[in-house]
Design a protein around this ligand. Structure first.
Ligand SMILES: Nc1ccn([C@@H]2O[C@H](COP(=O)(O)OP(=O)(O)OP(=O)(O)O)[C@@H](O)[C@H]2O)c(=O)n1
Length: 392
């Protein structure tokens, strides 16, 4: 686990800082994930060296967040974020700006972190510095705030949602005092930027125990201050570890309001388009899919609609063959495959353009997709002339 490039880069940074007389350790999620045997994405280093001192040790650095004490150090094995020990961080939402206080002791730095499992440091020799019982909590599967839970959530209310997300990701329980503090502070989540909330929900949907997470969302009272209905009982069987499917399923639980609810979390246009397609495909499935549905929706969108229909035990007409097979047999798969276009229609009819062209193209497309009309220029010309060319 710790042999990968990210860890090698972090170790090499630590070694150089130590050689320069400073103290440096790996901190945060990477240590937690190493103990859990999970691959880490970011291996962050904390040090007692001040940002300027960090910069003087390395040839290649980038000021990514120097006001918060973070310098990106580039070593041959890759980039490493190096942050000076500090007491309060940039986690605090911009609505409550606070000065960053650099400190010279690791203990103080670890003290201002959210959960015991995230407050463990690791030296280059592989030994741990664990003042708050983080390893024990990881072993027991417990999410526990460091020190005073209410204070940790006052510093950054998003941490409450992080607790929920970790419970879904790791299947951990939330320790009772930490949960009680969440129940007291739940309303503060309303002040957090929607983008930060979305990023946590993205991670929640990917969790292996989403049901656990949604239960905690309701138990803590957080759900009441977030947009939309969460309804834990509907998530019991949901287990796909996919962010888009999470949003689509959440949308399904919102009924008519789905667009407003998902929009409020600032989903991208691409994400919204996927959700819209899945919901529309699911609606169409109630009467069974026609060729046109197989044409309009992507294989994944149709598969997801089937999965949701099963999850919700909806009364639908499930396809009898594999979706992929049905799609392969369609007369055409894309609009561009149609051998006639708008220019042909104008030329053949001698009429002026207008809404009729779009209408005729759509009718033509449906007829071809449904196998009622051959995708052949002459056949289409005859068919279209009959219905459209002589009408005014
Ligand atoms: N609101 C926050 C966010 C982060 N942290 C601290 O900063 C570390 C790094 O945070 P981040 O990279 O955002 O999350 P990870 O804990 O690494 O988790 P993941 O990588 O799964 O997002 C955390 O471990 C924790 O010690 C915190 O105390 N409060």
């Amino acid at each position: 686990m710790q042999n990968n490039k990210e860890w090698q880069a972090a170790y090499s940074v630590i070694e150089q800082l130590e050689n320069a007389g400073f103290e440096a350790v790996v901190v945060g999620g990477a240590v937690r994930d190493a103990i859990l045997g999970r691959p880490a994405h970011d291996v962050d280093v904390a040090t007692n060296a001040m940002p300027e001192e960090v910069k003087s040790v390395f040839n290649h650095t980038v000021d990514v967040g120097i006001q918060h004490g973070t310098v990106l150090v580039i070593v041959p094995a890759g980039p490493v974020e190096v942050t000076t020990y500090r007491t309060d961080g940039d986690y605090i939402d911009h609505r409550r700006p606070e000065e960053v206080q650099f400190v010279r002791s690791l203990k103080e730095d670890l003290q201002r972190r959210d959960f015991t499992m995230n407050a463990i440091a690791m030296r280059r020799d592989g030994t741990f510095i664990d003042y708050y019982g983080g390893r024990q909590d990881i072993e027991a599967g417990v999410i526990r705030a460091v020190g005073n839970a209410q204070r940790r959530f006052t510093e950054d209310a998003l941490r409450m949602l992080r607790a929920v997300r970790f419970s879904a990701q790791l299947g951990f329980v939330i320790e009772s005092e930490t949960l009680a503090a969440m129940q007291i502070k739940a309303a503060d989540i309303s002040w957090i930027a929607k983008e930060r909330i979305k990023a946590e929900l993205d991670k929640l949907w990917i969790g292996k125990d989403v049901f656990n997470g949604i239960q905690k969302l309701e138990e803590s009272g957080l759900a009441a201050y977030l947009n939309g209905h969460f309804q834990a009982n509907h998530w019991r069987e949901f287990n796909v570890q996919d962010k888009l499917l999470g949003w689509a399923y959440f949308a399904l639980l919102q009924g008519e309001q789905w667009r407003e609810v998902l929009g409020s979390y600032r989903l991208s246009n691409k994400e919204m388009a996927f959700v819209k397609a899945v919901l529309a495909a699911l609606e169409a499935l109630k009467n069974g899919w026609t060729n046109m549905d197989y044409f309009l929706y992507a294989q994944q969108e149709l598969e997801v609609a089937c999965y949701f229909a099963e999850l919700r035990q909806l009364d639908v007409q499930m396809p009898q063959q594999s979706i992929q097979e049905i799609q392969t047999k369609l007369p055409i798969r894309h609009k561009q495959a149609l051998l006639v276009n708008g220019t042909d229609l104008l030329k053949w009819s001698g009429k002026k353009g207008g809404p009729w062209v779009k209408e005729a193209l759509q009718a033509m497309l449906e007829a071809v997709v449904n196998g009622e009309l051959q995708n052949d220029r002459q056949a289409i010309k005859n068919w279209i002339a009959h219905d459209y060319f002589n009408k005014e």
